[in-house]
Design a protein around this ligand. Structure first.
Ligand SMILES: *Cc1c(COP(=O)(O)O)cnc(C)c1O
Length: 362
């Protein structure tokens, strides 16, 4: 009898093609690659968090359903608490959607878009199916509704505003998808909605198959604390409770998110600044003949270069600036830069000009 342990005998063959998500870590670099809020977290909110922590805050398990936070989110969104679920980042909620509804079926994804939908679909043994967007990255509603008719189709995922393309789908387009895909869930990821685009919240009352995802990671500056939330019908939330980790959102993050909502005005002022600075970045990029800029309603800008995107990416990295190389199907030679602080944006633009000049010389 062979008693040696062979890992290959117990690994899932369907996961062998799955590349683990890689987040680039470069200490000391200017980070313009992940669309985070570029400002320091408001110190007055940090002080308030510490003030509210009791002696047993860390010794006890957190509230599994984060009642206080859900109540505050209900006031903020107008959705009743029974239609709200919080997660350890919206990433966890995406995985939970896949586990509750996707496993064994097809998940239709309007691409190019955020990579976690495909990754989590595969993790949950659902089949991700790419439904390509049009020339201006608009939804192909006919193709989506055709694919949704397949009996194995379980959900449609639409990111709006879309990462990394920056464009938003209109409420009319989302409503058209909901009308033509009545048998599947339609998940709309609104991670960037605070920056622009129309929210689908008004459609929740009419469509029991609509799910809206939101996050505190972008506009609200809490990427490191991992807080996301979902708005959906009560029946959808009930199903998701079956797969949810009971203590998914830690006490500290629950408290921080609650205080962020209470201090929303600080973030409104930051948002206005970011949008103003974004328009400056766009105007400067538009002046560069080697660059084509795509319209955006978000805090990031997608652009295509005449030169290999990997070379521009590498040049910027060597010059202390990290952006995202998005080059791939539908996004050939495309890069995405997150709007930073004013001085970071200026440095990015200066180094990008140098990068383009260096490529001309080659
Ligand atoms: C950044 C991002 C998220 C974020 O998720 P968290 O897990 O909440 O940090 C979700 N969706 C999209 C499209 C994103 O770009």
């Amino acid at each position: 009898m062979n008693n040696t342990f062979n890992l290959n005998k117990i690994t899932r063959p369907d996961l062998s093609s799955l590349e683990p998500y890689v987040a680039e870590l470069h200490p000391g670099i200017i980070k313009m690659d992940a669309n985070e809020n570029p400002f320091d977290f408001p110190p007055e909110i940090t002080t308030e968090i510490w003030r509210r922590l009791g002696g047993q805050t860390f010794t006890r398990y957190p509230d599994p359903v984060a009642q206080e936070l859900v109540k505050a989110l209900s006031l903020y969104t107008g959705v009743s608490p029974s239609g709200i679920m919080v997660g350890n980042g919206s990433d966890e909620l995406i995985l939970n959607l896949m586990l509750a509804f996707g496993t064994g079926g097809k998940v239709l994804i309007a691409t190019p878009t955020f990579s976690m939908y495909r990754i989590h679909a595969q993790v949950a043994a659902a089949q991700p199916v790419s439904i390509p967007r049009g020339n201006n990255f608009e939804l192909d509603i006919d193709a989506i509704s055709e694919a949704a008719k397949l009996p194995e189709s379980r959900m449609v995922i639409i990111c709006s505003p879309n990462n990394p393309t920056g464009n938003a789908s209109s409420l009319e387009e989302i409503a058209a998808v909901l009308e033509t895909c009545p048998k599947t869930l339609v998940v709309v990821d609104e991670a960037y909605i605070e920056f622009g685009g129309q929210t689908c919240i008004p459609l929740l009352e009419r469509y029991p198959n609509l799910v809206v995802l939101r996050t505190f990671s972008k506009a609200f500056g809490l990427a490191g604390l991992r807080v996301g939330y979902m708005l959906a019908g009560e029946h959808v939330i009930k199903e998701l409770m079956r797969v949810k980790q009971p203590f998914n959102l830690n006490v500290f993050s629950q408290m921080a998110a609650l205080l962020v909502l209470e201090h929303r005005q600080v973030f409104q002022d930051q948002l206005a600044q970011i949008l103003h600075d974004r328009d400056f970045v766009i105007s400067q990029l538009t002046n560069l003949p080697e660059i084509a800029v795509f319209p955006t309603v978000t805090n990031f800008v997608l652009f295509r270069t005449k030169f290999p995107a990997s070379a521009i990416y590498q040049f910027l990295l060597e010059n202390g600036i990290l952006i995202r190389n998005c080059s791939g199907p539908g996004l050939e030679e495309c890069l995405r830069v997150s709007v930073g602080r004013e001085e970071e944006n200026r440095l990015f633009l200066a180094k990008l000009k140098l990068a383009l000049e260096s490529k001309h010389d080659m």
